[in-house]
Design a protein around this ligand. Structure first.
Ligand SMILES: Cc1cc2nc3c(=O)[nH]c(=O)nc-3n(C[C@H](O)[C@H](O)[C@H](O)COP(=O)(O)OP(=O)(O)OC[C@H]3O[C@@H](n4cnc5c(N)ncnc54)[C@H](O)[C@@H]3O)c2cc1C
Length: 532
């Protein structure tokens, strides 16, 4: 083993959260920071051209390629869970839909004991992390733009209104109920990952060292104080020391795995794998939440769909639009129009999110989107406030073995009922004028699926991850909490977790914006704290 090089802060994981931290902690020039990333750099153009997400999100070289354990609730399917393994992490392979969440999501965090995480307290950090057209400030922030309008999207919006979902102008005000064009983390036709927007400008600083292709195998401790990390890179093991803090930003699957590998986790699990406990924390790897989604697709005639561009002339035109104006097919995030609504009148706020795409798509056996070879349109709904909770637990004591992921989808009566209601609402929307004038046959799943029982059975066979795992190192003060509201690991010193895993409950909406917000807020906390 080489002699240990020392840094003030070591950040493990150069993903959505890690890249923000690397920028903010090095900005004042006082601290030496090491960012460790298991994957490669984000050089591939498919990362940066938005349409590339359909390919890059399944590319083996940039992906941990997890699968959840087969479970009866989803028909024993080994569902594929992509997670980004490159600079920018999952934020470099994601669908770029930009949603902050509902104000009551954060107020509920605060009410559950996460002091300082209510909507009013997190809003300034969302604002700091976004750069909208015309904004002069917020230089190192995610560029956010609204999706380019189209006739088919306008028709879908009008049909949502006819189905009782009002048009709103912006999902990111803290209220969500309604239908609108999505905002995307896309600017001038380019993906706005935190690697691009935060890390790239920070890399010229002398006090930041970025090491890629380096797998962190465990955190090193002196007693309960984190003192550094052990990594493997190019077949060699290396030790780095942290004089102030080790900050885990390895994401909702890998952060709990790393804590467990390092002796911080459920005592029984640690002993089962022969790992000496540093701090027994039952909650590490518990409380996993994700959004489960299901699609309905229709044939379309008389409106321009993405399939109509899938010919040599159409593609040349689209390429020209992209090069010249940074618009069109190549520039879209994964969904164009969204809606939030309540699965039943008893819900106090929206619990279903809808994604509209002017294209027909199937997911193949690896959960990959494959385009239908005909003009079609698809809507997917996700259950955004699920009750079901799963787990992430060690499979072995080796950092190279993927952990055992149990999603435990559809475990409660509410989850099953709400997702069935969401599915039925898609059919209702497509049945409304003006969409009713353009829609043909329901190509997925097909009109033979009718009763609630048939719909639920279909959901068990076809529903897929919304790609939003969170909560496995949850923030709070209860017995399952892993970090406190300062994001410091309970019972440890010099150790924080800053990523999607700290969300005490999943937010209603895509999770990237909230993860970036968490990292922004954490960077202020870290810089204002004298380490315990
Ligand atoms: C296919 C897909 C589509 C999505 N679509 C959207 C969307 O449209 N909108 C949205 O808001 N959200 C979306 N998400 C979710 C969003 O991207 C994530 O919630 C967010 O990126 C999580 O950020 P994070 O920092 O917690 O983890 P990540 O961004 O995953 O970062 C973790 C990083 O840590 C690294 N790492 C892990 N373990 C180690 C280790 N042992 N040693 C060194 N490095 C390690 C990883 O390689 C990775 O780079 C999507 C996600 C996926 C996968």
């Amino acid at each position: 083993m080489n002699t240990a090089e020392s840094f003030d802060y070591i950040i493990v994981g150069g993903g959505s959260a890690g890249c923000v931290l690397a920028n903010r902690l090095t900005a004042c020039g006082k601290h030496r920071v090491l960012l460790i990333e298991a994957g490669p750099s984000d050089w591939n153009p498919l990362v940066h051209i938005p349409i590339g997400w359909t390919q890059i999100s399944y590319h083996k070289s940039f992906n941990w390629g997890y699968s959840i354990e087969p479970e009866a609730s989803t028909n024993h399917r080994p569902m594929y869970w992509p997670r980004g393994k490159l600079l920018g992490g999952s934020g470099s392979i994601n669908g770029m839909v930009h949603i902050r969440g509902h104000r009551e999501d954060f107020n509920a965090w605060q009410a559950a004991g996460c002091e300082g995480w209510g909507w009013d307290a997190v809003l300034p950090y969302f604002e700091r992390s976004e750069r909208h057209i015309g904004d002069d400030g917020n230089r190192d922030a995610l560029g956010i733009t609204e999706v380019e309008p189209s006739e088919i999207s306008d028709v879908f919006i009008a049909s949502c209104e006819a189905a009782g979902i009002s048009r709103i102008s912006d999902f990111n005000t803290g209220e969500q109920q309604g239908v609108a064009y999505y905002q995307g983390a896309v600017s001038r036709g380019r993906r706005q990952s935190s690697a691009h927007c935060y890390l790239k400008p920070a890399r010229k600083r002398d006090n930041l060292v970025v090491v890629t292709g380096a797998l962190c195998e465990r955190i090193c401790f002196a007693g309960q104080r984190a003192t550094g990390v052990l990594i493997s890179r190019k077949g060699k093991t290396q030790h780095y020391q942290a004089s102030r803090e080790v900050i885990l930003a390895a994401g909702a699957i890998n952060s709990p795995q790393l804590l467990q590998l390092s002796g911080v986790g459920p005592g029984g699990l640690l002993r089962e794998h022969g790992i000496a406990p540093v701090v027994e924390l039952e909650g590490v790897g518990q409380n996993l939440k994700d959004h489960l989604g299901v699609m309905v697709a229709y044939r379309i005639s008389g409106l321009h769909t993405m399939w109509n561009d899938m010919n040599p002339l159409g593609l040349v035109k689209q390429l020209w639009r992209y090069i010249r104006h940074r618009l069109g097919l190549l520039s879209f995030p994964s969904s164009h129009v969204g809606a939030f609504f309540r699965s039943s009148a008893s819900q106090a706020r929206p619990d279903i999110q809808l994604f509209f795409m002017p294209v027909g798509g199937v997911r193949d056996e690896r959960n990959r989107s494959v385009m239908d070879r005909e003009p079609a349109a698809t809507a997917m709904i996700q259950l955004v406030r699920p009750e079901s909770r799963g787990t992430v637990m060690l499979r072995s004591a080796s950092a190279t073995d993927s952990p055992v992921i149990r999603a435990n989808y559809l475990a409660t009566d509410y989850d099953r009922k709400a997702i069935v209601e969401g599915f039925k609402r898609i059919r209702k929307i497509f049945g409304q004028y003006p969409m009713s004038d353009y829609r043909g046959e329901e190509i997925r799943p097909g009109e033979q699926i009718n009763t609630d029982a048939e719909i639920l059975d279909h959901i068990r066979r076809e529903a897929t991850t919304g790609y939003h795992p969170v909560g496995t190192c949850k923030m709070g003060v209860d017995e399952l909490a892993v970090v406190d509201p300062q994001l410091q690991v309970h019972g440890c010193r010099g150790l924080r977790v800053v990523d999607a895993s700290v969300m005490p409950d999943i937010i209603a909406g895509n999770t990237n914006a909230a993860t970036v917000m968490i990292a922004e807020k954490a960077s202020d906390m870290i810089l204002s704290t004298v380490t315990r």
